[in-house]
Design a protein around this ligand. Structure first.
Ligand SMILES: [Zn+2]
Length: 125
């Protein structure tokens, strides 16, 4: 596939379909634990919304949005090693070339799309 053949909406739709399956496969039926804010370590957060099986909270101190409670790090490690949606997205970034990460973020912003996956990625750093 050439870069000019890529239709971002179709790519993202496919990614979302894979991610939804992966969320159930890798995070369904395992224990979730409450965490402190991954950005500032505050334990003062409030429920924001529920999406695709995950509760999101907003930190009252720094306004970071994060999944809480969340699966353990072992589940995330397995997910990032094995999940088809992660491989799919990595291949998409490779197709975009050297500046793929920046362009994919711009793509998400341009299309008003926020992936719960990316929010969880941020929390695992
Ligand atoms: Zn915070």
């Amino acid at each position: 596939m050439e870069e000019n053949e890529i239709r971002p909406e179709a790519v993202f739709d496919q990614f979302l379909a894979l991610a939804e399956r992966d969320a159930t496969r890798y995070f369904g039926g395992i224990p979730f634990s409450r965490i402190r804010c991954p950005a500032c370590d505050s334990d003062d957060s409030v429920f924001a919304f529920h999406k695709r099986g995950f509760d999101y909270e907003t930190c009252l101190l720094c306004e970071t949005l994060f999944v809480n409670p969340r699966p353990g790090l072992d589940a995330f490690r397995r997910y990032y090693r094995e999940a088809p949606s992660i491989r799919f997205w990595a291949n998409f970034l490779r197709l975009l070339g050297e500046d793929g990460k920046e362009r994919s973020q711009q793509f998400l912003a341009d299309h008003g799309l926020i992936s719960h996956i990316w929010m969880m990625v941020a929390q695992c750093r």
